[in-house]
Design a protein around this ligand. Sequence first.
Ligand code: ATP
Length: 612
Amino acid sequence: MIEYLSRFLYVLAASRKKLIILVCGAVIAAFVEAIGIGMVGPFIALVTNPKFAEQYPFVLDFFRIIGLGQLVEEEPQLILPIFGVAVVIVTYLKSYLSFCVQRYIFKFSYAQRGKLFGRLLHTYSRAPYTFHLTHNSSELIQKMVNETEQFTTTVVMPQLFIISNACVIGAIILLLVIVNSLAMLVVCGMFLVAFGLLQHFKQRIARWGRDKTESFEASIRIINHALGGIKEVRVLGCESYFETQAQVQTQRYATSTASFIAFNNLPRYALEAFMVTFLVAFTFIYLKMNPNNAESLSSVLGIFALASVRMLPALITLVGSISNVRYAKYSLDNMYRDLKELEKLSPELMAAEHRASNDRLQGQLTTLPFTQSISLDQITYRYDSSADPSLDGVALTLNRGESIGIIGRSGAGKTTLIDVILGLLTPSDGDITVDGQSIYQDLRSWQNMVGYVPQNIFLIDDTLARNIAFGVPDHLIDHERLQKAITAAQLDDLVERLPEGLNTVLGERGTRLSGGQRQRVGIARIIYHDREVLVLDEATSALDNATELLVSDAVKALGGHKTLIIIAHRLSTIEHCDRIYMMEKGRVVKSGTYEEVVLGTTPEMAMSDGTN
Ligand SMILES: Nc1ncnc2c1ncn2[C@@H]1O[C@H](COP(=O)(O)OP(=O)(O)OP(=O)(O)O)[C@@H](O)[C@H]1O
Protein backbone atom coordinates (compact mmCIF):
# COMPACT_ATOMS: atom_id res chain seq x y z
CA MET A 1 0.00 0.00 0.00
CA ILE A 2 2.82 2.40 0.95
CA GLU A 3 4.65 1.44 -2.24
CA TYR A 4 1.48 2.06 -4.24
CA LEU A 5 1.02 5.50 -2.67
CA SER A 6 4.62 6.49 -3.28
CA ARG A 7 4.26 5.45 -6.94
CA PHE A 8 1.01 7.38 -7.19
CA LEU A 9 2.59 10.52 -5.75
CA TYR A 10 5.60 10.17 -8.07
CA VAL A 11 3.44 9.96 -11.18
CA LEU A 12 1.08 12.67 -9.95
CA ALA A 13 2.56 15.87 -11.21
CA ALA A 14 0.57 18.13 -8.89
CA SER A 15 2.02 20.10 -6.05
CA ARG A 16 1.56 18.29 -2.73
CA LYS A 17 0.09 21.50 -1.29
CA LYS A 18 -2.77 21.47 -3.79
CA LEU A 19 -3.42 17.84 -3.01
CA ILE A 20 -3.52 18.48 0.72
CA ILE A 21 -5.94 21.40 0.25
CA LEU A 22 -8.13 19.16 -1.89
CA VAL A 23 -8.11 16.34 0.66
CA CYS A 24 -8.97 18.79 3.46
CA GLY A 25 -11.85 20.17 1.37
CA ALA A 26 -13.13 16.65 0.72
CA VAL A 27 -12.93 15.78 4.42
CA ILE A 28 -14.80 18.94 5.47
CA ALA A 29 -17.51 18.36 2.85
CA ALA A 30 -17.82 14.73 3.97
CA PHE A 31 -18.24 15.74 7.60
CA VAL A 32 -20.86 18.37 6.79
CA GLU A 33 -22.64 15.69 4.75
CA ALA A 34 -22.46 13.27 7.68
CA ILE A 35 -23.84 15.93 10.03
CA GLY A 36 -26.68 16.59 7.57
CA ILE A 37 -27.47 12.87 7.40
CA GLY A 38 -27.26 12.62 11.18
CA MET A 39 -29.74 15.46 11.68
CA VAL A 40 -32.49 13.90 9.56
CA GLY A 41 -32.99 11.00 12.03
CA PRO A 42 -33.49 13.16 15.15
CA PHE A 43 -35.73 15.54 13.14
CA ILE A 44 -38.08 12.67 12.20
CA ALA A 45 -37.91 11.40 15.78
CA LEU A 46 -38.82 14.89 17.08
CA VAL A 47 -41.86 14.96 14.77
CA THR A 48 -43.11 11.49 15.75
CA ASN A 49 -42.04 11.52 19.41
CA PRO A 50 -42.38 14.90 21.25
CA LYS A 51 -40.48 13.49 24.24
CA PHE A 52 -37.45 12.66 22.09
CA ALA A 53 -35.55 15.81 23.19
CA GLU A 54 -35.96 14.84 26.85
CA GLN A 55 -34.94 11.23 26.23
CA TYR A 56 -31.81 12.14 24.23
CA PRO A 57 -29.80 14.94 25.84
CA PHE A 58 -27.62 15.44 22.70
CA VAL A 59 -30.56 17.35 21.15
CA LEU A 60 -30.35 20.04 23.84
CA ASP A 61 -26.54 19.94 23.60
CA PHE A 62 -26.90 20.81 19.93
CA PHE A 63 -28.99 23.90 20.80
CA ARG A 64 -26.44 24.90 23.42
CA ILE A 65 -23.64 24.66 20.84
CA ILE A 66 -25.46 26.99 18.44
CA GLY A 67 -26.17 29.41 21.33
CA LEU A 68 -29.92 28.79 21.62
CA GLY A 69 -29.86 26.51 24.69
CA GLN A 70 -31.62 28.98 26.97
CA LEU A 71 -34.28 29.87 24.42
CA VAL A 72 -35.42 26.26 23.82
CA GLU A 73 -35.33 25.46 27.52
CA GLU A 74 -37.76 28.31 28.10
CA GLU A 75 -39.85 27.60 25.00
CA PRO A 76 -39.51 23.87 24.08
CA GLN A 77 -42.11 24.21 21.28
CA LEU A 78 -39.43 26.08 19.28
CA ILE A 79 -37.20 22.98 19.21
CA LEU A 80 -38.89 21.40 16.18
CA PRO A 81 -39.04 24.49 13.86
CA ILE A 82 -35.50 25.63 14.75
CA PHE A 83 -34.18 22.11 14.26
CA GLY A 84 -36.02 21.91 10.92
CA VAL A 85 -34.44 25.17 9.72
CA ALA A 86 -31.01 23.90 10.88
CA VAL A 87 -31.52 20.69 8.88
CA VAL A 88 -32.35 22.71 5.76
CA ILE A 89 -29.35 25.05 6.22
CA VAL A 90 -26.93 22.17 6.78
CA THR A 91 -28.35 20.33 3.75
CA TYR A 92 -27.84 23.41 1.53
CA LEU A 93 -24.34 23.88 2.90
CA LYS A 94 -23.56 20.21 2.33
CA SER A 95 -24.85 20.34 -1.25
CA TYR A 96 -22.88 23.49 -2.03
CA LEU A 97 -19.68 22.17 -0.47
CA SER A 98 -20.01 18.77 -2.16
CA PHE A 99 -20.57 20.47 -5.54
CA CYS A 100 -17.51 22.70 -5.04
CA VAL A 101 -15.29 19.82 -3.94
CA GLN A 102 -16.46 17.61 -6.82
CA ARG A 103 -15.89 20.38 -9.35
CA TYR A 104 -12.43 20.92 -7.94
CA ILE A 105 -11.71 17.17 -8.00
CA PHE A 106 -12.69 17.01 -11.71
CA LYS A 107 -10.66 20.13 -12.57
CA PHE A 108 -7.67 18.91 -10.60
CA SER A 109 -7.81 15.39 -12.07
CA TYR A 110 -8.10 16.51 -15.70
CA ALA A 111 -5.35 19.08 -15.19
CA GLN A 112 -3.24 16.13 -14.06
CA ARG A 113 -3.97 14.37 -17.33
CA GLY A 114 -2.64 17.30 -19.33
CA LYS A 115 0.43 17.61 -17.15
CA LEU A 116 1.15 13.89 -17.23
CA PHE A 117 0.73 13.82 -21.03
CA GLY A 118 3.26 16.65 -21.35
CA ARG A 119 5.63 15.01 -18.88
CA LEU A 120 5.55 11.68 -20.74
CA LEU A 121 6.10 13.38 -24.11
CA HIS A 122 8.96 15.38 -22.60
CA THR A 123 10.50 12.23 -21.11
CA TYR A 124 10.07 9.98 -24.15
CA SER A 125 11.30 12.56 -26.63
CA ARG A 126 14.44 13.10 -24.55
CA ALA A 127 14.96 9.46 -23.62
CA PRO A 128 18.20 7.80 -24.76
CA TYR A 129 17.97 6.57 -28.34
CA THR A 130 18.47 2.98 -27.14
CA PHE A 131 15.14 3.26 -25.27
CA HIS A 132 13.41 3.85 -28.61
CA LEU A 133 15.22 0.92 -30.19
CA THR A 134 13.51 -1.38 -27.68
CA HIS A 135 10.10 0.30 -27.30
CA ASN A 136 7.40 0.23 -29.92
CA SER A 137 5.94 3.66 -30.67
CA SER A 138 2.38 2.19 -30.30
CA GLU A 139 3.23 1.38 -26.71
CA LEU A 140 4.32 4.96 -26.07
CA ILE A 141 1.30 6.45 -27.87
CA GLN A 142 -0.94 4.16 -25.81
CA LYS A 143 0.63 5.38 -22.60
CA MET A 144 0.36 9.03 -23.49
CA VAL A 145 -3.18 8.91 -24.85
CA ASN A 146 -4.95 6.14 -22.99
CA GLU A 147 -3.11 5.60 -19.76
CA THR A 148 -3.03 9.27 -18.86
CA GLU A 149 -6.83 9.28 -19.26
CA GLN A 150 -7.07 6.10 -17.22
CA PHE A 151 -4.81 7.59 -14.55
CA THR A 152 -7.19 10.54 -14.27
CA THR A 153 -10.45 8.65 -14.19
CA THR A 154 -9.46 5.44 -12.43
CA VAL A 155 -6.62 6.50 -10.14
CA VAL A 156 -6.73 10.19 -9.19
CA MET A 157 -10.49 10.70 -8.98
CA PRO A 158 -11.29 7.39 -7.23
CA GLN A 159 -8.56 8.03 -4.64
CA LEU A 160 -10.07 11.37 -3.80
CA PHE A 161 -13.53 9.80 -3.69
CA ILE A 162 -12.19 7.05 -1.43
CA ILE A 163 -11.09 9.69 1.04
CA SER A 164 -14.37 11.58 0.99
CA ASN A 165 -16.52 8.43 1.16
CA ALA A 166 -14.43 6.96 3.95
CA CYS A 167 -15.15 10.15 5.91
CA VAL A 168 -18.90 9.90 5.27
CA ILE A 169 -18.91 6.23 6.28
CA GLY A 170 -16.86 6.94 9.40
CA ALA A 171 -19.22 9.70 10.46
CA ILE A 172 -22.31 7.53 9.84
CA ILE A 173 -20.83 4.67 11.85
CA LEU A 174 -20.16 7.05 14.70
CA LEU A 175 -23.70 8.31 14.52
CA LEU A 176 -25.21 4.83 14.48
CA VAL A 177 -23.12 3.74 17.44
CA ILE A 178 -24.32 6.77 19.40
CA VAL A 179 -27.96 6.12 18.52
CA ASN A 180 -27.96 2.32 18.76
CA SER A 181 -24.94 0.09 19.15
CA LEU A 182 -26.90 -2.84 17.65
CA ALA A 183 -26.53 -1.06 14.31
CA MET A 184 -22.88 -2.05 14.36
CA LEU A 185 -24.07 -5.56 13.54
CA VAL A 186 -25.45 -4.50 10.21
CA VAL A 187 -22.45 -2.24 9.51
CA CYS A 188 -20.03 -5.12 10.14
CA GLY A 189 -22.11 -7.39 7.92
CA MET A 190 -22.05 -4.84 5.10
CA PHE A 191 -18.30 -4.42 5.37
CA LEU A 192 -17.79 -8.17 5.35
CA VAL A 193 -19.81 -8.53 2.14
CA ALA A 194 -18.19 -5.53 0.40
CA PHE A 195 -14.60 -6.34 1.25
CA GLY A 196 -15.15 -10.09 0.83
CA LEU A 197 -16.16 -9.34 -2.76
CA LEU A 198 -13.15 -7.09 -3.32
CA GLN A 199 -10.82 -9.71 -1.89
CA HIS A 200 -12.40 -12.49 -3.95
CA PHE A 201 -12.10 -10.53 -7.23
CA LYS A 202 -8.73 -8.94 -6.42
CA GLN A 203 -6.68 -10.93 -8.95
CA ARG A 204 -9.34 -10.80 -11.61
CA ILE A 205 -9.70 -6.99 -11.38
CA ALA A 206 -5.93 -6.60 -11.79
CA ARG A 207 -5.98 -8.99 -14.78
CA TRP A 208 -8.85 -7.11 -16.45
CA GLY A 209 -6.88 -3.87 -16.03
CA ARG A 210 -3.79 -5.42 -17.60
CA ASP A 211 -5.81 -6.99 -20.46
CA LYS A 212 -7.49 -3.69 -21.22
CA THR A 213 -4.19 -1.81 -21.38
CA GLU A 214 -2.39 -4.46 -23.43
CA SER A 215 -5.22 -4.94 -25.91
CA PHE A 216 -5.53 -1.19 -26.46
CA GLU A 217 -1.80 -0.97 -27.11
CA ALA A 218 -1.94 -3.94 -29.49
CA SER A 219 -4.86 -2.33 -31.35
CA ILE A 220 -2.82 0.82 -31.99
CA ARG A 221 0.08 -1.32 -33.21
CA ILE A 222 -2.22 -3.20 -35.61
CA ILE A 223 -3.68 0.07 -36.94
CA ASN A 224 -0.12 1.31 -37.49
CA HIS A 225 0.79 -1.84 -39.39
CA ALA A 226 -2.38 -2.04 -41.47
CA LEU A 227 -2.62 1.64 -42.41
CA GLY A 228 1.07 2.62 -42.18
CA GLY A 229 1.95 0.01 -44.77
CA ILE A 230 -1.22 0.47 -46.83
CA LYS A 231 0.65 0.18 -50.15
CA GLU A 232 2.16 -3.21 -49.36
CA VAL A 233 -1.00 -4.38 -47.60
CA ARG A 234 -3.17 -3.51 -50.64
CA VAL A 235 -0.78 -5.05 -53.18
CA LEU A 236 -0.32 -8.26 -51.20
CA GLY A 237 -4.04 -8.34 -50.37
CA CYS A 238 -3.43 -9.13 -46.70
CA GLU A 239 -6.07 -6.77 -45.24
CA SER A 240 -7.94 -9.65 -43.60
CA TYR A 241 -4.76 -10.74 -41.78
CA PHE A 242 -4.75 -7.46 -39.86
CA GLU A 243 -8.53 -7.51 -39.46
CA THR A 244 -8.30 -10.89 -37.75
CA GLN A 245 -5.56 -9.59 -35.45
CA ALA A 246 -7.67 -6.53 -34.66
CA GLN A 247 -10.70 -8.71 -33.88
CA VAL A 248 -8.72 -10.72 -31.32
CA GLN A 249 -7.64 -7.55 -29.55
CA THR A 250 -11.01 -5.80 -29.67
CA GLN A 251 -12.58 -8.97 -28.26
CA ARG A 252 -10.02 -9.00 -25.46
CA TYR A 253 -10.66 -5.32 -24.79
CA ALA A 254 -14.42 -5.86 -24.78
CA THR A 255 -14.24 -8.85 -22.41
CA SER A 256 -11.99 -7.13 -19.88
CA THR A 257 -13.89 -3.83 -19.92
CA ALA A 258 -17.33 -5.45 -19.77
CA SER A 259 -16.26 -7.80 -16.96
CA PHE A 260 -14.97 -4.91 -14.91
CA ILE A 261 -18.03 -2.72 -15.45
CA ALA A 262 -20.27 -5.66 -14.58
CA PHE A 263 -18.24 -6.30 -11.44
CA ASN A 264 -18.65 -2.66 -10.43
CA ASN A 265 -22.41 -3.26 -10.17
CA LEU A 266 -22.03 -6.44 -8.16
CA PRO A 267 -21.48 -4.85 -4.69
CA ARG A 268 -24.80 -2.99 -4.96
CA TYR A 269 -26.80 -6.16 -5.70
CA ALA A 270 -24.88 -8.21 -3.14
CA LEU A 271 -25.31 -5.59 -0.43
CA GLU A 272 -29.03 -5.17 -1.13
CA ALA A 273 -29.50 -8.94 -1.00
CA PHE A 274 -27.50 -9.09 2.21
CA MET A 275 -29.61 -6.36 3.82
CA VAL A 276 -32.90 -8.08 3.01
CA THR A 277 -31.58 -11.47 4.20
CA PHE A 278 -30.25 -9.88 7.34
CA LEU A 279 -33.47 -8.01 8.16
CA VAL A 280 -35.66 -11.10 7.61
CA ALA A 281 -33.33 -13.36 9.61
CA PHE A 282 -32.99 -10.76 12.35
CA THR A 283 -36.78 -10.33 12.59
CA PHE A 284 -37.32 -14.09 13.04
CA ILE A 285 -34.54 -14.42 15.62
CA TYR A 286 -35.71 -11.30 17.47
CA LEU A 287 -39.33 -12.48 17.59
CA LYS A 288 -38.24 -15.92 18.72
CA MET A 289 -36.16 -14.45 21.55
CA ASN A 290 -38.63 -11.66 22.51
CA PRO A 291 -42.06 -13.08 21.70
CA ASN A 292 -43.79 -10.46 23.89
CA ASN A 293 -41.86 -7.45 22.71
CA ALA A 294 -42.79 -7.18 19.02
CA GLU A 295 -43.29 -3.38 19.30
CA SER A 296 -39.65 -2.65 20.11
CA LEU A 297 -38.73 -4.54 16.94
CA SER A 298 -39.97 -1.69 14.73
CA SER A 299 -37.60 0.87 16.29
CA VAL A 300 -34.61 -1.48 15.93
CA LEU A 301 -35.56 -2.21 12.33
CA GLY A 302 -35.87 1.56 11.73
CA ILE A 303 -32.27 2.03 12.80
CA PHE A 304 -31.17 -0.76 10.48
CA ALA A 305 -33.14 0.77 7.63
CA LEU A 306 -31.50 4.16 8.28
CA ALA A 307 -28.09 2.51 8.39
CA SER A 308 -28.65 0.74 5.11
CA VAL A 309 -30.16 3.74 3.30
CA ARG A 310 -27.26 6.01 4.27
CA MET A 311 -24.44 3.51 4.26
CA LEU A 312 -25.24 1.68 1.05
CA PRO A 313 -24.46 4.42 -1.50
CA ALA A 314 -21.32 5.52 0.34
CA LEU A 315 -20.09 1.95 0.67
CA ILE A 316 -20.88 1.14 -2.98
CA THR A 317 -18.92 4.22 -4.11
CA LEU A 318 -16.06 3.27 -1.80
CA VAL A 319 -15.87 -0.30 -3.13
CA GLY A 320 -16.14 1.01 -6.73
CA SER A 321 -13.28 3.44 -6.12
CA ILE A 322 -11.05 0.77 -4.57
CA SER A 323 -11.67 -1.63 -7.44
CA ASN A 324 -10.97 1.19 -9.94
CA VAL A 325 -7.65 1.81 -8.27
CA ARG A 326 -6.79 -1.91 -8.55
CA TYR A 327 -7.97 -1.96 -12.15
CA ALA A 328 -5.58 0.85 -13.01
CA LYS A 329 -2.63 -0.53 -11.05
CA TYR A 330 -1.05 -2.06 -14.15
CA SER A 331 -1.03 1.21 -16.07
CA LEU A 332 0.15 3.17 -13.02
CA ASP A 333 3.06 0.73 -12.61
CA ASN A 334 3.85 1.08 -16.32
CA MET A 335 4.00 4.85 -16.26
CA TYR A 336 5.88 4.88 -12.97
CA ARG A 337 8.51 2.51 -14.36
CA ASP A 338 9.06 4.59 -17.50
CA LEU A 339 9.13 7.94 -15.74
CA LYS A 340 11.31 6.75 -12.88
CA GLU A 341 13.75 4.84 -15.08
CA LEU A 342 14.12 7.56 -17.67
CA GLU A 343 14.19 10.51 -15.29
CA LYS A 344 16.76 8.71 -13.16
CA LEU A 345 18.74 7.53 -16.17
CA SER A 346 19.25 10.82 -17.87
CA PRO A 347 18.52 13.81 -15.62
CA GLU A 348 21.45 15.76 -17.07
CA LEU A 349 20.44 14.79 -20.59
CA MET A 350 16.86 15.89 -19.92
CA ALA A 351 18.00 19.18 -18.41
CA ALA A 352 20.43 19.81 -21.29
CA GLU A 353 17.72 19.01 -23.85
CA HIS A 354 15.33 21.31 -22.09
CA ARG A 355 17.87 24.14 -22.14
CA ALA A 356 18.63 23.43 -25.79
CA SER A 357 14.92 23.56 -26.74
CA ASN A 358 14.62 26.95 -25.09
CA ASP A 359 17.81 28.13 -26.78
CA ARG A 360 16.53 26.89 -30.13
CA LEU A 361 13.28 28.76 -29.63
CA GLN A 362 15.27 31.92 -29.03
CA GLY A 363 17.55 31.23 -31.98
CA GLN A 364 20.71 30.85 -29.86
CA LEU A 365 22.65 27.59 -30.07
CA THR A 366 25.80 26.80 -28.17
CA THR A 367 28.34 24.71 -30.10
CA LEU A 368 31.76 23.25 -29.40
CA PRO A 369 34.78 25.26 -30.59
CA PHE A 370 35.81 23.69 -33.91
CA THR A 371 38.71 25.04 -35.89
CA GLN A 372 40.83 21.96 -36.54
CA SER A 373 39.59 18.38 -36.50
CA ILE A 374 37.16 15.74 -35.33
CA SER A 375 38.66 12.44 -34.19
CA LEU A 376 37.05 9.08 -33.57
CA ASP A 377 39.32 7.15 -31.28
CA GLN A 378 38.90 3.36 -31.02
CA ILE A 379 35.10 3.45 -31.01
CA THR A 380 33.50 0.18 -29.94
CA TYR A 381 29.75 -0.40 -29.71
CA ARG A 382 27.65 -3.48 -29.08
CA TYR A 383 23.84 -3.56 -29.08
CA ASP A 384 22.31 -5.06 -25.92
CA SER A 385 20.60 -7.78 -27.90
CA SER A 386 23.69 -8.69 -29.88
CA ALA A 387 26.63 -10.89 -28.87
CA ASP A 388 29.22 -9.34 -31.20
CA PRO A 389 30.17 -5.68 -31.34
CA SER A 390 28.77 -3.80 -34.33
CA LEU A 391 31.69 -1.38 -34.14
CA ASP A 392 35.08 -2.66 -33.12
CA GLY A 393 37.84 -0.12 -32.51
CA VAL A 394 36.92 2.32 -35.29
CA ALA A 395 39.39 5.19 -35.61
CA LEU A 396 39.29 8.07 -38.09
CA THR A 397 40.12 11.75 -38.27
CA LEU A 398 38.38 14.48 -40.17
CA ASN A 399 39.74 18.00 -40.58
CA ARG A 400 37.46 21.00 -40.65
CA GLY A 401 36.10 21.50 -44.17
CA GLU A 402 37.01 17.99 -45.31
CA SER A 403 34.58 15.43 -46.64
CA ILE A 404 34.86 11.71 -46.06
CA GLY A 405 32.94 8.81 -47.55
CA ILE A 406 32.15 5.62 -45.66
CA ILE A 407 31.51 2.49 -47.69
CA GLY A 408 31.06 -1.17 -46.91
CA ARG A 409 28.75 -4.11 -47.34
CA SER A 410 25.32 -4.35 -45.79
CA GLY A 411 25.72 -4.98 -42.06
CA ALA A 412 29.28 -3.64 -41.99
CA GLY A 413 28.35 -1.10 -39.28
CA LYS A 414 27.93 2.14 -41.28
CA THR A 415 24.57 3.16 -39.77
CA THR A 416 25.74 2.26 -36.27
CA LEU A 417 28.80 4.45 -36.76
CA ILE A 418 26.59 7.32 -37.90
CA ASP A 419 24.35 6.88 -34.83
CA VAL A 420 27.42 7.03 -32.61
CA ILE A 421 28.68 10.15 -34.41
CA LEU A 422 25.24 11.75 -34.03
CA GLY A 423 25.45 11.11 -30.28
CA LEU A 424 22.43 8.79 -30.33
CA LEU A 425 24.40 5.74 -29.23
CA THR A 426 27.11 5.96 -26.59
CA PRO A 427 30.13 3.77 -27.32
CA SER A 428 31.19 1.28 -24.69
CA ASP A 429 34.80 2.15 -25.47
CA GLY A 430 36.63 4.96 -27.20
CA ASP A 431 35.92 8.66 -27.54
CA ILE A 432 34.98 11.28 -30.11
CA THR A 433 36.82 14.57 -29.76
CA VAL A 434 36.42 17.93 -31.44
CA ASP A 435 39.64 19.97 -31.34
CA GLY A 436 40.73 17.62 -28.54
CA GLN A 437 37.56 18.06 -26.40
CA SER A 438 35.39 15.01 -25.83
CA ILE A 439 31.86 15.48 -27.21
CA TYR A 440 30.53 13.56 -24.19
CA GLN A 441 31.44 16.48 -21.95
CA ASP A 442 28.76 18.53 -23.69
CA LEU A 443 26.82 16.30 -26.04
CA ARG A 444 24.11 18.87 -26.74
CA SER A 445 26.64 21.43 -27.98
CA TRP A 446 28.05 18.76 -30.31
CA GLN A 447 24.59 17.86 -31.60
CA ASN A 448 23.89 21.57 -32.14
CA MET A 449 26.62 21.61 -34.79
CA VAL A 450 25.57 18.45 -36.65
CA GLY A 451 23.03 18.15 -39.46
CA TYR A 452 21.69 14.79 -40.63
CA VAL A 453 20.03 13.54 -43.80
CA PRO A 454 18.84 9.96 -43.20
CA GLN A 455 18.00 7.31 -45.79
CA ASN A 456 14.29 7.89 -45.23
CA ILE A 457 13.60 11.56 -44.72
CA PHE A 458 11.03 12.17 -42.02
CA LEU A 459 8.46 14.64 -43.28
CA ILE A 460 5.65 16.06 -41.17
CA ASP A 461 2.14 16.51 -42.54
CA ASP A 462 2.59 20.24 -42.85
CA THR A 463 3.74 22.90 -45.33
CA LEU A 464 6.94 22.69 -47.35
CA ALA A 465 8.28 25.76 -45.52
CA ARG A 466 7.75 24.15 -42.10
CA ASN A 467 9.30 20.91 -43.33
CA ILE A 468 12.46 22.73 -44.35
CA ALA A 469 12.61 25.04 -41.32
CA PHE A 470 11.86 21.93 -39.25
CA GLY A 471 11.17 22.65 -35.56
CA VAL A 472 11.37 26.45 -35.94
CA PRO A 473 8.28 28.44 -34.86
CA ASP A 474 6.69 30.40 -37.74
CA HIS A 475 7.64 33.81 -36.40
CA LEU A 476 11.33 32.80 -36.25
CA ILE A 477 11.58 31.40 -39.79
CA ASP A 478 14.24 33.26 -41.76
CA HIS A 479 12.73 33.55 -45.25
CA GLU A 480 15.93 34.64 -46.96
CA ARG A 481 17.77 31.62 -45.61
CA LEU A 482 14.80 29.42 -46.58
CA GLN A 483 15.02 30.62 -50.18
CA LYS A 484 18.78 29.97 -50.28
CA ALA A 485 18.26 26.42 -48.98
CA ILE A 486 15.57 25.78 -51.61
CA THR A 487 17.84 26.96 -54.41
CA ALA A 488 20.86 25.01 -53.12
CA ALA A 489 18.79 21.79 -52.90
CA GLN A 490 17.44 22.31 -56.44
CA LEU A 491 13.88 22.71 -55.23
CA ASP A 492 12.95 25.93 -57.09
CA ASP A 493 11.07 24.03 -59.80
CA LEU A 494 9.07 22.10 -57.26
CA VAL A 495 8.07 25.26 -55.35
CA GLU A 496 6.87 26.82 -58.59
CA ARG A 497 4.77 23.79 -59.49
CA LEU A 498 3.16 23.31 -56.07
CA PRO A 499 -0.34 24.89 -55.94
CA GLU A 500 0.44 27.02 -52.91
CA GLY A 501 4.20 27.15 -53.29
CA LEU A 502 6.02 27.04 -49.97
CA ASN A 503 2.70 26.89 -48.13
CA THR A 504 1.58 23.65 -49.76
CA VAL A 505 0.88 20.88 -47.26
CA LEU A 506 2.97 17.82 -48.17
CA GLY A 507 0.67 15.09 -46.77
CA GLU A 508 1.46 12.40 -44.23
CA ARG A 509 5.17 11.48 -44.53
CA GLY A 510 5.33 13.64 -47.67
CA THR A 511 3.03 11.42 -49.77
CA ARG A 512 2.59 14.24 -52.29
CA LEU A 513 6.30 14.21 -53.16
CA SER A 514 8.44 11.78 -55.12
CA GLY A 515 11.29 9.93 -53.39
CA GLY A 516 13.83 12.26 -55.00
CA GLN A 517 11.88 15.35 -53.96
CA ARG A 518 11.70 14.08 -50.38
CA GLN A 519 15.47 13.64 -50.37
CA ARG A 520 15.98 17.17 -51.61
CA VAL A 521 13.66 18.54 -48.90
CA GLY A 522 15.90 16.69 -46.40
CA ILE A 523 18.97 18.32 -47.91
CA ALA A 524 17.30 21.75 -47.92
CA ARG A 525 16.53 21.18 -44.25
CA ILE A 526 20.17 20.74 -43.24
CA ILE A 527 21.22 23.61 -45.43
CA TYR A 528 18.60 25.83 -43.75
CA HIS A 529 19.76 24.77 -40.29
CA ASP A 530 23.30 25.67 -41.35
CA ARG A 531 25.14 23.08 -39.27
CA GLU A 532 28.91 22.87 -39.29
CA VAL A 533 29.16 19.08 -39.69
CA LEU A 534 26.82 17.36 -42.14
CA VAL A 535 26.08 13.65 -42.06
CA LEU A 536 24.45 12.22 -45.18
CA ASP A 537 23.28 8.62 -44.98
CA GLU A 538 22.86 7.44 -48.57
CA ALA A 539 21.27 10.81 -49.11
CA THR A 540 21.18 10.59 -52.87
CA SER A 541 19.85 7.04 -53.16
CA ALA A 542 16.38 8.05 -54.30
CA LEU A 543 17.43 10.56 -56.94
CA ASP A 544 17.42 10.03 -60.67
CA ASN A 545 20.75 10.53 -62.38
CA ALA A 546 20.07 14.08 -63.53
CA THR A 547 18.79 15.23 -60.13
CA GLU A 548 21.53 13.33 -58.35
CA LEU A 549 24.05 15.33 -60.28
CA LEU A 550 22.36 18.56 -59.28
CA VAL A 551 22.17 17.60 -55.62
CA SER A 552 25.71 16.24 -55.62
CA ASP A 553 26.79 19.62 -56.97
CA ALA A 554 24.95 21.31 -54.10
CA VAL A 555 26.60 18.97 -51.61
CA LYS A 556 29.97 19.47 -53.29
CA ALA A 557 29.46 23.22 -53.09
CA LEU A 558 29.11 22.80 -49.34
CA GLY A 559 32.46 21.01 -49.27
CA GLY A 560 35.31 23.26 -48.34
CA HIS A 561 33.35 25.24 -45.82
CA LYS A 562 31.25 22.42 -44.34
CA THR A 563 32.59 19.20 -42.95
CA LEU A 564 30.90 16.23 -44.59
CA ILE A 565 30.49 12.58 -43.61
CA ILE A 566 28.76 10.64 -46.39
CA ILE A 567 27.63 7.05 -46.34
CA ALA A 568 27.54 6.29 -50.00
CA HIS A 569 24.98 4.25 -51.83
CA ARG A 570 26.56 4.89 -55.22
CA LEU A 571 30.30 5.22 -55.59
CA SER A 572 29.85 8.29 -57.82
CA THR A 573 28.51 10.21 -54.77
CA ILE A 574 31.83 10.00 -52.96
CA GLU A 575 34.18 10.59 -55.86
CA HIS A 576 34.86 14.13 -54.67
CA CYS A 577 35.51 13.09 -51.02
CA ASP A 578 38.93 13.81 -49.53
CA ARG A 579 39.13 10.34 -47.99
CA ILE A 580 37.23 7.08 -48.15
CA TYR A 581 36.90 4.56 -45.32
CA MET A 582 35.87 1.03 -46.10
CA MET A 583 34.19 -0.90 -43.27
CA GLU A 584 33.79 -4.61 -42.74
CA LYS A 585 32.36 -6.39 -39.68
CA GLY A 586 32.48 -3.23 -37.59
CA ARG A 587 36.08 -2.37 -38.43
CA VAL A 588 37.73 0.06 -40.83
CA VAL A 589 39.62 -2.27 -43.17
CA LYS A 590 40.88 0.23 -45.72
CA SER A 591 41.23 4.00 -45.96
CA GLY A 592 42.72 6.45 -48.39
CA THR A 593 41.78 8.43 -51.49
CA TYR A 594 38.99 7.32 -53.80
CA GLU A 595 41.48 5.78 -56.18
CA GLU A 596 43.30 3.93 -53.39
CA VAL A 597 40.21 2.44 -51.77
CA VAL A 598 37.56 2.09 -54.43
CA LEU A 599 39.55 1.25 -57.50
CA GLY A 600 40.72 -2.30 -57.26
CA THR A 601 37.86 -3.24 -54.89
CA THR A 602 34.91 -5.26 -56.13
CA PRO A 603 31.56 -3.43 -55.94
CA GLU A 604 30.29 -6.25 -53.67
CA MET A 605 32.99 -5.43 -51.15
CA ALA A 606 32.34 -1.73 -51.26
CA MET A 607 28.59 -1.23 -51.38
CA SER A 608 25.50 -2.45 -49.56
CA ASP A 609 23.79 -3.37 -52.80
CA GLY A 610 26.81 -3.93 -54.98
CA THR A 611 26.08 -0.93 -57.21
CA ASN A 612 28.48 1.65 -58.47
N1 ATP B 1 19.01 -2.32 -33.01
C1 ATP B 1 19.89 -3.32 -33.22
N2 ATP B 1 19.97 -4.33 -32.35
C2 ATP B 1 20.86 -5.33 -32.51
N3 ATP B 1 21.71 -5.40 -33.55
C3 ATP B 1 21.70 -4.42 -34.49
C4 ATP B 1 20.77 -3.33 -34.36
N4 ATP B 1 20.97 -2.52 -35.43
C5 ATP B 1 21.95 -3.08 -36.17
N5 ATP B 1 22.38 -4.21 -35.60
C6 ATP B 1 23.47 -5.08 -36.09
O1 ATP B 1 24.66 -4.31 -36.17
C7 ATP B 1 25.40 -4.65 -37.34
C8 ATP B 1 25.70 -3.40 -38.15
O2 ATP B 1 24.47 -2.89 -38.65
P1 ATP B 1 24.35 -1.52 -39.41
O3 ATP B 1 22.92 -1.19 -39.57
O4 ATP B 1 25.20 -0.51 -38.73
O5 ATP B 1 25.00 -1.90 -40.82
P2 ATP B 1 25.05 -1.05 -42.16
O6 ATP B 1 26.44 -1.14 -42.63
O7 ATP B 1 24.47 0.29 -41.95
O8 ATP B 1 24.09 -1.91 -43.09
P3 ATP B 1 23.18 -1.37 -44.32
O9 ATP B 1 24.09 -0.85 -45.38
O10 ATP B 1 22.46 -2.59 -44.77
O11 ATP B 1 22.26 -0.34 -43.78
C9 ATP B 1 24.57 -5.68 -38.10
O12 ATP B 1 25.09 -6.97 -37.81
C10 ATP B 1 23.17 -5.56 -37.50
O13 ATP B 1 22.52 -6.80 -37.46
